[in-house]
Structures are given as C-alpha cells and as structure tokens.
Design a protein around this ligand. Sequence first.
Ligand SMILES: CC(C)(COP(=O)(O)OP(=O)(O)OC[C@H]1O[C@@H](n2cnc3c(N)ncnc32)[C@H](O)[C@@H]1OP(=O)(O)O)[C@@H](O)C(=O)NCCC(=O)NCCS
Length: 463
Amino acid sequence: MAAPARSILRASRSARVAFAPGRFSSSQPTLKERLAQLIPAEIENVKAIRAEHGKKAFGPVVVDQLYGGMRGLPALIWEGSVLDAEEGIRFRGKTIPECQELLPRAPGGAEPLPEALFWLLLTGEIPTQEQVTGLSKDWAARSAIPEFVEEILDRCPPTLHPMSQFSLAVTALNHNSAFAKAYQDGVSKKEYWGPTFEDSMDLIAKLPNIAGRIYRNVFGDGKLPAIDPDKDYSHNLATLLGFGDNAGFVELLRLYITIHSDHEGGNVSAHTGKLVGSALSDPFLAFAASLNGLAGPLHGLANQEVLLWLRKMQSKIGENASDEAVKEYVWSTLKGGQVVPGYGHAVLRKTDPRYTAQREFALKHLPDDPLFKLVGQIYNIVPDILLEAGKAKNPWPNVDAHSGALLTHYGLTQMQFYTVLFGVSRAFGVAAQLIWDRALGAPLERPKSYSSSAIQKIFQGRT
Ligand SMILES: CC(C)(COP(=O)(O)OP(=O)(O)OC[C@H]1O[C@@H](n2cnc3c(N)ncnc32)[C@H](O)[C@@H]1OP(=O)(O)O)[C@@H](O)C(=O)NCCC(=O)NCCS
C-alpha cells in the first residue's frame, strides 16, 4: 500500500533533522575522547606488527576449507573479543565471570551494564561508574527514531517476521547517517572514524525504540512509553517492551545484552557487518546486513527454534516427560534430518560459557521454573546422543539453548521476537568493530574464490 503524499512529506521533513548526540559534562573523558587518545598508538602498533610479521605464512590453507565454509581459516583481525574452542569467549581478555565482577552495575543490580561492556570492547578498559552513566544518558538522548521509520514499522503486517522488520528499520536509519554525509562532503580517510562513531552511538541508542515498536505492534496495542533519561539502556529497553517494573527481567536483559554482544569476528553477523562496512557502507547499512545473517536458523534464529522445538516436544510427550521419552524425541529430530537447535558450534568444543552464565542466573532467580528444568534435563541427554550419532563436532549446548527459557519465565513468551533481542545485543560488537576498522583504515574485503576445475588443475599430477 502506497503512503499518502502528505505523510511522505511530513516523514522526510522530520527525518532530515540530523540526529543530535547527547553532551554531558564530566571531569572524566567521554568514550569518544578516550578513543581519540587511543587510536594513534594502535595505528602505530598495527604498522609495527605488519612490518615485523606481515610477510610471514600463517599456517596452511587446505582445499576442504574452501568447500567447508572457511572453518578455522585465519582471515580477520578483531581485538574486541576472542573465542577459544575450549574456554569460550573473552571480551578484551576478560571472561564472562570476570566481566560480571569488574564492570560497573546499576544501583542495587548484580549484572554488568552493557554500556560498560561497550566501553570495554572499544577501549580495552573498565570504565568508571560516572563514564557508564554518561553513556546511558547519551544513548537516552539519541534514542528517538525518525517519524518515517516509525511509519515504516507501523505499516509492516504483523505476519512479517520481527527480524525482517528490524532489518528494514535499521536500513532506513541510513537516511540520517553522519558517515554517509561526511563521505559525500569529502571527509578525509583519517577522519572516517569520527562520523562512524556518531552513527554507531545513534544506532545502538535507537534500537530499543525500534525493538519496542516491533514488539508492541506485533504482540500488543502498538502504544509505546517514553525513554527515561535517568535509566540505563537495559531498563529503558525493558520499559519499552512492557517489563520495566520487573526488576528480574531488567537484570536478565543486562546480562543478556552483555553476553550476546560479541563472539569474535568470524561468526555470520559479526563478519557480515565488517564485510559490508569494508565497502564504506555506513554503520546502519552494515548492521542491517548483520541482522539479516543473524535471522538465519543456524545463527541467531536458533533461540526461537529452541523454544519452538521445546514446545513441540512438550505437546508430543507431555510436560513432565521421562528421560526415555525425551531421548526418543531427540532421536526423532535427528532421524528427521533436522538439527537439535541450541547444540553444536562452529568453533566451541565445550559447553558455551554464555549457556553457563544463563544457567547460573536461572539457579539464582528461577530454580523451580519448569522450562528451566526441562532445559537442564535436555542438557543431561542431548550431548550423549549427538556423540552417538557421530556427526556433530561439538555435542555441547550454545547460548541459544538457554535464553528462551529465561525470557519465557518473565513473561516474554513470543519466541519470534527472541532474535530481535539478540540483534540489539550484537549491535554492540558490530559497532565497535566498525569504529576500529575505520580508525585503522581497514581495506575493502576481497578474498579470492576458485572454481572446482581450477582446483583440479592446480593439483593435477600432484598426489
Ligand atoms: C552451529 C552449527 C551451525 C555449527 O555447524 P558446523 O560448524 O558445520 O558443525 P559441525 O562441523 O559439528 O557439523 C558436522 C555435522 O554435524 C551436524 N550437526 C552439528 N550440530 C548439530 C546439531 N545440533 N544437531 C544435529 N546435527 C548437528 C551438522 O549439521 C553437520 O552435518 P552434515 O555433515 O550432514 O552437514 C551446528 O552445530 C548447528 O546446526 N547447530 C544447531 C543450530 C544452532 O544451535 N545454532 C546456533 C549456533 S550459536
């Protein structure tokens, strides 16, 4: 359906107003000021590494990697987080429990504030409480979305998957991109990171209003409360979703966003953002591409799939099913040629510490929840079956095996929405990468592809 002409005019007029960054006086450096201090030394560091090691081989590439989704191919640089197959993720060298201990929290809260995690991802440093509060306020000040983006969302049919709506809205934010404008105005390469930083801050800040609007349009009455400039990011997101009064849910969101933010550079959403950003597409376009990757069932949509699978299981074998009945159901999934959602990983070879962090949260806040108990029962059953089936290299659960049970406990039962929350979180990692890529002058990504006949020719006569 075409928009009435008047509404288009009104929308474009409101959208033309540039996003206004928040400014807050403080004796301590803001995130942007701290980054500006760090960037010159990092440029020199990269130059030195390339001068010393740039021409050295970095392990062999085997043909299987070309056909096998580039598993294990060393191809990217990202300082923000590193994933060890046995240990799991570290954000700037810090494990999830270390982040829970070290990063500033909300008053009375026990979980880290995602604002602090973003600071850590960007700088490698733990921010002060004041710096984190400054970020919360800055994001609240930037949080409004243009009227025409609201209209795009309001026009989406409720049957359009929330992730598609999310991607549409983020793409449309590009209308006000500081980077796209600066590029058109002829900004020097050396200055790219500044407008990329502004766009990234706007992007993260606006996601609660987008996610909240999608949730309320699809599952509620479409009415949205206002952001509170004195509340932290997760609290405001919870409020927009209708759970702001639920302290447990707010704490869950703080943990959820923190642990879903980044998972080194090679996963589909992180890598897609970096790849698209390397063409100097602005952060809105680059992150919208990330979201489209996250929307796949082998990646972020797995959290939706886990809940669907659990619900199907319950409808088939009942709510307090025996281990035997669960085993049979898991086998029927595998025999039907489907994957067990929430299990396995392309890099990890142990239980995902993001799963463990969520399990610990559940043990503390909802130990008797029936769905949590089912998740635990499955944990005791699935790995042995995947090992016996003999295909999956990692039989252990990943982050998605747990998250839906926690959200369901607090009343967020609409599983089609779960990946949107993953997307809000993943913006933190993708945005941090984009800022550093522009600061370091990362080039256009352009790996080489080969045809099968070229491979055969290359190896002709060789054994
Ligand atoms: C995450 C995932 C995509 C990783 O894929 P991968 O790196 O190719 O994994 P593997 O090398 O272990 O795959 C080898 C085989 O085991 C299968 N396998 C892996 N995990 C499996 C699972 N959870 N259930 C059933 N089979 C699985 C693969 O489909 C593949 O089968 P194929 O040879 O017929 O193609 C895969 O484990 C998966 O599909 N998991 C379920 C979806 C999920 O939870 N995704 C979220 C990830 S954070």
